[in-house]
Design a protein around this ligand. Sequence first.
Ligand SMILES: Nc1nc2c(ncn2[C@@H]2O[C@H](COP(=O)(O)OP(=O)(O)OP(=O)(O)O)[C@@H](O)[C@H]2O)c(=O)[nH]1
Length: 436
Amino acid sequence: MMRDDPRFVADESVADESVADGWTPLLEAMLSMIGAGMWEWRLSDGHITGDDRLKAMLALPDDEWETLTIASWARRIHPEDRALFEQEWQRAQHSGAFEATYRMHCGDSQWRWLHDRSCTLDKDPDGTPSRLLGIVEDVTERQEEQRRWRHLAKSVPGIIYTFVLDAEGRPSFPYTSSRVKEFYGATPEQVREDADLVFNAIHPDDRLSVQESIHRSAATLEDWHCEYRARAAGSWHWVEGRATPEREPDGSTVWHGLIYLIDERKAMEERLRRLSLTDELTGLYNRRHLLARMEEEIARYARHGTPFSVVMIDLDHFKLVNDSHGHAAGDAVLQGLAALFKERLRDSDVAGRSGGEEFLLLLPGTDEAGARAIAETLRKAFSQMRFDDGKASTFTVTLSAGVAEMRHRKERLQHLWARADGALYLAKAQGRNQVC
Ligand SMILES: Nc1nc2c(ncn2[C@@H]2O[C@H](COP(=O)(O)OP(=O)(O)OP(=O)(O)O)[C@@H](O)[C@H]2O)c(=O)[nH]1
């Protein structure tokens, strides 16, 4: 802080020469260059005097300058900034050094942001300051700019940030907008102190890919882009980040970018993914997914010889069910069978609807005898289910099933499928309501 900095306590001999008989040309030139005004405060009578530049800046009436004291100065300060100003002045009476940025109601009725700093010019024999010298800059434009920037940062649906990897690869976040807390559970100040707060809030499964993407972007200076999960207030959410890197002369890399929430988009993508894999009526996997899963199991069998079987199922006389009880009742039967699969099969089993009233079960780690037993259990349970015909009575439906176990490492999907289909055909031909 300035007030503790010996550089800002003026040497008394210099002070006497340069200030007592007026502002020196050198000082005048410097102040003119930085556009600052100057004041002097005599603590003995509390009087404040200002130079012409300060008078022009504040536009106070001439008679006000004649009697200007610290109290009348304070009265012109914005109520929200006054406590800070007074606290600084209390301190300055002992230390001589003062620094504050505050709004002042100027003589032309304008509110101006002032940056005000002082140092000790003279001291009493007991060492307490007797005369302070201060410079004042009009920082209204800068403050307004910052205010606009803060508003803008708040209205952006995400975090605006600056991220730095120094030449040794150490990360830091010199700037993050206030919403960083919603994303990573830490304030901009905390994140500025400790960049790991951000990295620790990233899902363990995503952390490595985030770090790799940052290092790739640093090496190639291509835009950084990554999607990952982060934790705030105890829950995970999906975020997407984009930033543009720049290499600094000291070897560090600086990214300016944006991170925003993509939970809704991720949920939509997941819904679409599920829809593309499942059958709408029953919620079971569709034919496309069944075929893909079968190819996977066949490849696993070819590599490791892991047994698996398929069961092809077809409802008996289903056309009659529709014709007698209506299409809606038929739909309810299909849904009833799907519910039975979900209830009786293991999580590792895959149940799908391969066609209108045709289903296929993929049973990893199950041989033909096991598959037959599962099919038999399902057949029996299904034949006992009663369906509402919508006319105060119920009906039952049966199913036929064909089982085939994967037997040869070179067997292809269509052969296995044809064998299961052949077994199903046999079950139908032998009178239905059975497993072959
Ligand atoms: N309600 C309903 N019916 C369907 C659906 N998909 C297919 N079906 C019907 O399933 C019936 C299948 O009839 P078929 O292929 O003749 O077979 P089946 O009557 O079951 O006779 P078998 O298989 O020989 O026992 C047809 O009437 C289709 O309209 C569906 O999503 N909902």
